[in-house]
Design a protein around this ligand. Structure first.
Ligand code: NAD
Length: 488
C-alpha cells in the first residue's frame, strides 16, 4: 500500500497499528483508542493503544538500529530525507485532508502546514552533509586534536496536537540527519498524520528500527519508564510548560540531552509610528493562524494609546468578518478548536476578562450546534491581571491593552514567564534596534506576523524552553562532540 492509499484507509476508518521495528503491529494489549474529527465529534478511526511493553519494544528497536544508522554516510541520510520531502510533497493534498480531519484547521492552512512541515526534511537533508569537525594541534604541542561530531543516540520525540505534521518533521528531520534513531510519541488527539509520516519513511527505505511510532493515551506509563533507561540518550519535547517541566525532572534521572519547545505568550506591540494597516494584517496572521492554537500566536496586543482606538476598530472589523466553519468547507477561515475542554477554557478566559471590566468589541459568544467552534474575539480595556493576559489563550481571542511609551511597552511585553516570540510594528528602525535586545524572547517578528521558517532557529527563553529547532542550529541538538587526542 502506498502513502496515498495508507492515508485513505485511515480516513475511511481502517484501524491504525503501531510502527515498531519496521513493522505495523497492533498494541501488545490489543486495545485501541478513538481519534475524532473536532468539527463533528465523529470518530475517524481507532488507533493502537500502546503499552509499557510496546514502549520497551520501541526502545529495543531504536537501540538495536542505532549503531548501523549512526554509521551511514551523511549523503545516504541526506538522500533518504530528500526522498521523504519529495514523497510528502507529492501527497500534499492527502496529507492536508488528514491534518484537517484530525486537527480541524482549514484545508488551506493544512496545505500550508504540509509545505512548512515537509521543508524540514529538505532543509535537514542539506544540513546532514554539512556536519563538520576540526583538526589541530594543542597549544602545548603534545597532541594532535581531532574534534568530531557523533549522533547523540536513541531519541524520544514527543509532539503536540496543533501541528501534527510539522512538529513531527521538525524533530525527525534533524534526528535522522544527525544519525539518531527515534521513538515518536504523537499527541493522542492527532496521531494519524505522524503514522502517515512513518509510512513515508518506510516507503523511501529508512531501515527498520530507525523510526518507531508509539501511539498511546497513557504516555506516563508508556514512555515514562524509558526516560530512566540507559539506552535512551535524548528527549525532545514540544508541548505545554507544566508537562515539559515534569519531563525535565524525569529526564534528570537518565541525564538525557533535552530540547524543550514549550508554551508562549507572545506580545504584539504596535507603536504610534506603525503602518496600521500592515499591523492589522500582521495581527490577523499572528492571532488567527492555526485558529490561534499556536505557541507563536499573539497572546497580548499592546498598542500605543495614540493609535489604540483606530487599531482596535480596524482589527475588530477584520476579525468579525472571518468565517467560522469545518476545515473542509470552502471559505472557512477558522476551524473548530481541538476539543470541548479547550473551548470551555477559552470562553472562561473571555468571561473572566469581562468580569474584570473588559469590553467585547467583537465575538465572545459560544455558538450552538456540534463541533468545538469559537468566534474570532477582540477584547478592549483588558485588565493586566486578567487570565486572558496571564495565561496562554490557544484560541482566536485577542485582548488589547494600551501603553504610553517605549519603556512601558517593553515592561508589559516582558511581564510573562514565557519568552518564545514577540512581534513589533514600527517604521522606526532605530527604535526597533534599540528595543530588540530589551525584549526577552527567542524570536522577534518586526513588521511581520509570522516568523517560523525551517531555515531559522525556532525556540524560546525563560519558561518557553531549551534549545532550537530548525536553522543551522537544529541539528546540533542531536549531535555530541567527540575529542580524540593523538600523540605526536
Ligand atoms: P501537552 O503538554 O498536554 O502535550 C504534549 C505532548 O506531551 C502530547 O503528545 C502528550 O501526550 C504528551 N504528554 C503529556 N503528558 C505526558 C507525560 N507525562 N509523559 C510523556 N508525554 C506526555 O500539550 P498539548 O496540549 O498537546 O499542546 C499544546 C501546548 O504545546 C501549548 O502549551 C503550546 O504552546 C505548546 N506548543 C509549543 C510549541 C513550541 O514549539 N514552543 C509548538 C506547539 C505547541
Amino acid at each position: 500500500m502506498g502513502v496515498a492509499d495508507f492515508i485513505e484507509s485511515l480516513l475511511s476508518g481502517h484501524p491504525a497499528d503501531l510502527y515498531l521495528d519496521g513493522r505495523w503491529t497492533p498494541a501488545s494489549g490489543g486495545a485501541t483508542f478513538a481519534v475524532e474529527d473536532p468539527a463533528t465529534g465523529k470518530v475517524i478511526t481507532e488507533v493502537a493503544e500502546g503499552t509499557a511493553a510496546d514502549g520497551q519494544a520501541a526502545l529495543a528497536a531504536a537501540d538495536a538500529a542505532q549503531e548501523s544508522w549512526g554509521a551511514t554516510t551523511p549523503r545516504e541520510r541526506a538522500d533518504l530525507l530528500r526522498a521523504g520531502f519529495d514523497l510528502i510533497t507529492a501527497n500534499a493534498d492527502a496529507f492536508a485532508r488528514l491534518i484537517t480531519a484530525e486537527m480541524g484547521k482549514s484545508l488551506a492552512e493544512a496545505r500550508g502546514e504540509v509545505t512548512y512541515g515537509a521543508e524540514f526534511l529538505r532543509w535537514f537533508s542539506e544540513e546532514a552533509v554539512r556536519i563538520d569537525g576540526r583538526y589541530g594541534t594543542l597549544p602545548s604541542g603534545k597532541l594532535q586534536m581531532m574534534v568530531d561530531r557523533r549522533p547523540v543516540g536513541p531519541s524520544l520525540l514527543i509532539t503536540p496536537w496543533n501541528f501534527p505534521l510539522a512538529m513531527a518533521t521538525r524533530k525527525l528531520g534533524p534526528a535522522l540527519a544527525a544519525g539518531c534513531t527515534s521513538i515518536v510519541k504523537p499527541a493522542e488527539l492527532t496521531p494519524l498524520t505522524t503514522l502517515a509520516v512513518a509510512k513515508v519513511f518506510e516507503e523511501v527505505g529508512v531501515p527498520a528500527g530507525v523510526i518507531n511510532v508509539l501511539t498511546t493515551t497513557d504516555p506516563a506509563a508508556t514512555t515514562g519508564p524509558l526516560l530512566s533507561d540507559p539506552r535512551l540518550r535524548k528527549l525532545s519535547f514540544t508541548g505545554s510548560t507544566p508537562v515539559g517541566k515534569a519531563l525535565l525532572a524525569q529526564a534528570a534521572e537518565g541525564v538525557l540531552r533535552c530540547s524543550m519547545e514549550l508554551g508562549g505568550s507572545a506580545p504584539f506591540i504596535v507603536f504610534e509610528d506603525a503602518d496600521l494597516d500592515a499591523a492589522v494584517d500582521g495581527a490577523i496572521a499572528a492571532k488567527t493562524r492555526n485558529i490561534g492554537e499556536a505557541c507563536t500566536a499573539a497572546n497580548r496586543f499592546l498598542v500605543h494609546r495614540d493609535v489604540h482606538d483606530e487599531f482596535v476598530e480596524k482589527f475588530a472589523a477584520r476579525m468579525g468578518a472571518l468565517q467560522v466553519g469545518a476545515g473542509d468547507e470552502p471559505g472557512t477561515d477558522l476551524g473548530p478548536l481541538i476539543d470541548d475542554r479547550s473551548r470551555v477554557r477559552v470562553h472562561g478566559l473571555v468571561s473572566d476578562a469581562v468580569e474584570r471590566g473588559a469590553r467585547v468589541v467583537v465575538g465572545g459568544e459560544l455558538p450552538d450546534g456540534p463541533g468545538h467552534f469559537y468566534p474570532a474575539t477582540v477584547l478592549a480595556g483588558v485588565d493586566a491581571q486578567s487570565r486572558v493576559v496571564t495565561e496562554e489563550i490557544f484560541g482566536p481571542v485577542a485582548p488589547v491593552q494600551s501603553f504610553a511609551d517605549e519603556d512601558e511597552a517593553v515592561a508589559l511585553a516582558n511581564s510573562t514567564e514565557y519568552g518564545l516570540v514577540g512581534y513589533v510594528y514600527s517604521k522606526d528602525l532605530d527604535r526597533v534596534m534599540r528595543i530588540a535586545p530589551r525584549l526577552q524572547f527567542g524570536m522577534l517578528g518586526v513588521n511581520a506576523g509570522v516568523v517560523s521558517d525551517p531555515a531559522a532557529p525556532f525556540g524560546g527563553v525563560k519558561h518557553s524552553g531549551l534549545g532550537r529547532e530548525g536553522g543551522r542550529e537544529g541539528i546540533d541538538e542531536y549531535l555530541e562532540y567527540q575529542y580524540v587526542g593523538i600523540a605526536r
